[in-house]
Structure formats: C-alpha cells, structure tokens
Design a protein. Structure first.
Length: 176
C-alpha cells in the first residue's frame, strides 16, 4: 500500500495466461478499465478503455493487447496515469474479461492466468484468479480518490458470470 499523503500517481495492470492447447481456439482475455464520476461513483461508467484503446484524454492506455497469451510473462498491459485524470473522475475500476467466441470459458479453463498491479517497481497486488475460477470475468482493482483528492488502491477481486459487454456495464456497481 502507499503512504497516506502521497497517493498513487501512475499504475500498471499487467495480464498473462498460457496459450490454448494446439488445435483449439485461442483464449483471449482482456483488461477493461471503467471510469466513474464523483456524482455517479457506482452508476454507469463515464467511459471504458479496452481492446487496444485509450481514454479520451490519454490518461489510460492499453499499451499491449494479446489475443492469444503467446509471449513471455505478462502479455497485456494497461497504464493508468491517475494523477492526470480530471477531478470530475473519482473512481476507476479495472477488470479482466474472457472473450467467449469459442464457447463458454471460465478462469479455471485458462492455464496460468494471472494479473499484476504495480506502481513503479512496487507491486500492489497479484492474483491468479483461483478465487473466481468459475467466473467469466472479474474485477481486480479499484482506484478511488480519498478526501484529499489523492488516488488510493484497493484490491477488489470479484467474479462475474456474464459476457464482456454486460460485465463492462456492471463491474463498478455495488455488490447486491
């Protein structure tokens, strides 16, 4: 965790997984970030960043988008420049969704899937999705402004059993 007065300026979310077995459709996992305004912190996202995109103001970028998991280590990386986000944004939720093009897959079907969240060289969290093995999508992090306007991190691993579009709409809502 970070110090009380410093806050988080820039965070990196990295995702890895093993490619699907030879002769089977590729496994495609995606990092999704949803931003929320201070007047609707648990409502609809103001905007989403996913699938090789970036935020309208350039503060959240999906720098690498893997569609197969091939590569060494973490293959998909999103950078969040939180200190540059406009003050109207009070919350950013980051999640991972499994594309369901080849049939229903859950995290338990994907070999060696893991997400790592860092600020610089400091690891804030790392998860292997074991606690959400039966889910098709999961939130992995919440960044929220504190009372002083500084960004704070909270690990938020919560599973969903829905398609990526529905997940993106509901990932920032309060659990029922």
């Amino acid at each position: 965790m970070n110090t009380f007065n410093k806050g988080i300026a820039k965070a990196e979310v990295a995702l890895k997984w093993d490619p699907s077995p030879t002769g089977t459709p590729d496994h495609d996992l995606d990092i999704i970030a949803a931003t929320y305004t201070s007047d609707a912190p648990h409502g609809d996202p103001a905007y989403l960043v996913h699938f090789d995109s970036r935020s309208p103001d350039g503060t959240i970028n999906l720098n690498r988008d893997s569609r197969t998991g091939q590569g060494f280590g973490f293959d998909e990386i999103m950078v969040l420049e939180l200190d540059r986000l406009a003050e109207v944004y009070s919350r950013v939720i980051v999640g991972v969704a499994i594309q369901q093009g080849a049939g229903r897959l859950v995290f338990g079907d994907i070999a060696n899937a893991a997400v790592r969240i860092r600020e610089g060289y400091t690891e804030l969290a790392q998860h292997d999705f074991a606690v959400v093995a039966g889910c098709t999508a999961a939130t992995v992090a919440e960044f929220a402004r504190d009372g002083a306007g500084k960004w704070q991190f909270r690990a938020d691993v919560r599973g969903f059993t829905t398609d990526p579009v529905a997940f993106a709409r509901s990932m920032g809502r309060q659990p029922a």
